[in-house]
Design a protein around this ligand. Structure first.
Ligand code: OSB
Ligand code: MG
Length: 385
């Protein structure tokens, strides 16, 4: 019997970070997260987090008000209408087709898609990593460090390395770059080290980054404008350290455009793509990007958005894909970002490695009673088959 979606509910859940996280665009202490819940005619309930930030400083449409507007005004009504007019939605392709006409809104779409992946996985009794073609059970994971002072960054790096992490990412901006990164490199000569500027540099000061070229960094993430690919490919010709794109990649086409530019310069090995599934509208597009980049010889890794343990668990399942070569941003030192989280148990890496189990869907138990207590329902729509 064909199954259908019976109801879509959007919750809004405040999450309290254990310690402030600072980037070039600001410091966050609390987050305010929409979660999409899909209920189906066969009695299943799936959940998808939208890893919003408090404002659009990282990039457009990443804030909860924008996401909630897109979901309420366009995306959920499109799913409802599609199912009423074209028949039951019981698969990811049908779901994506229902809102394909909506431009942008990648984060909002990703929450609906993630909830549907949870349903599809529960129905098949499989872990997500297996549904996505993952062939790797264990892989290294890394830590993203958002500190305000050299001392704070060194302290966080120290904690991460003590926990066994072998890959660190340090947030930088003009004036908080060469000294701090040099200090981390001096303290940890062998760690895999990378930096993330979150688009803080311009065409007049990006050359400061050439000073980092002798620190054996794995990559420099998004030095320039959040919406740019072309100028990144230009400065990449004059940086020995590979450039990694985060903010400016929303789709397979964006990844293809970037590969075209770097290839034209004969520098494909100097392009790296940070795949954040929610930033590319979900895991279906993320899979296409991982495969494409791997075939091209462009290395990828899975970025985080200070996601709850549920979002992180989904990303970790995705990290089972063999095509994804570099360690991702998966954990803060101590392994849990939030004072209170939405899963029953935290996600733990051993000696900087994460191991995927055989648990159904994300492989962790979503804590429904706690989730319902932590947040509130902000929108609900009942669907007919
Ligand atoms: O640019 O990768 C980023 C967090 C919020 C917004 C943007 C970014 C980040 C991080 C944290 O670096 C990564 C994580 O969740 O571990
Ligand atoms: Mg980034």
């Amino acid at each position: 019997m064909q199954t259908s979606i019976s109801r879509i509910t959007v919750h809004r859940v405040p999450l309290q970070l254990r310690q402030p996280f600072t980037t070039s665009f600001g410091t966050y202490e609390t987050l305010d997260r929409p979660f999409v819940v899909i209920e189906t005619s066969d009695g299943l309930r799936g959940v998808g987090e939208v890893p919003t930030l408090l404002d659009p400083a990282y990039k457009a449409e990443v804030d909860a008000p924008a996401v909630l507007t897109s979901l309420r005004e366009f995306i959920v009504p499109s799913v409802e209408r599609f199912q009423r007019e074209q028949g039951p939605i019981d698969s990811i392709p049908a779901l994506r087709e229902s809102y394909a006409w909506v431009k942008g809104a990648v984060f909002a779409k990703s929450g609906v898609e993630a909830a549907m992946w949870d349903i599809v996985a529960q129905r098949s009794g499989e872990p997500l990593w297996r549904l996505w073609g993952g062939e790797r059970r264990t892989f290294p994971v890394g830590v993203s460090i958002g500190g305000k002072t050299d001392a704070q960054v060194l302290d966080l790096a120290e904690q991460a390395v003590a926990l066994g992490y072998g890959r660190l990412k340090v947030k930088i901006w003009p004036g908080f770059d060469d000294d701090v990164v040099r200090a981390v490199r001096r303290r940890f000569p062998d760690v895999l080290l990378q930096v993330d500027a979150n688009s803080a540099y311009t065409m007049s000061n990006w050359r400061r980054l050439q000073a980092l070229d002798d620190l054996d960094l794995l990559l420099i993430e998004q030095p320039l404008f959040d919406d740019d690919i072309v100028l990144h490919s230009e400065i990449s010709r004059e940086l020995r350290t590979p450039v990694c794109l985060d903010e400016s990649i929303h789709s397979l086409r964006d990844a293809q455009a970037a590969a075209t530019l770097w290839e034209r310069n004969g520098l494909l090995d100097r392009l790296i793509v940070n795949i954040k599934p929610p930033r590319v509208s979900g895991f279906a597009e993320a899979t296409a990007i991982a495969r494409f980049c791997h075939e091209k010889g462009v290395r990828t890794w899975i970025g985080g958005m200070l996601d709850s343990a549920w979002g992180k668990a989904m990303n970790l399942n995705f990290n089972g894909l063999r095509e994804i070569e570099l360690p991702g941003d998966h954990f803060s030192p101590g392994s849990a970002y939030f004072a209170e989280d939405v899963t029953e148990t935290p996600l733990v890496a051993e000696a900087g490695q994460f191991a995927l189990g055989d648990g159904v869907s994300a492989g962790v138990t979503f804590d429904w009673p706690r989730f319902e207590r932590m947040g509130e329902v902000v929108y609900r729509m009942d669907l007919t088959a």
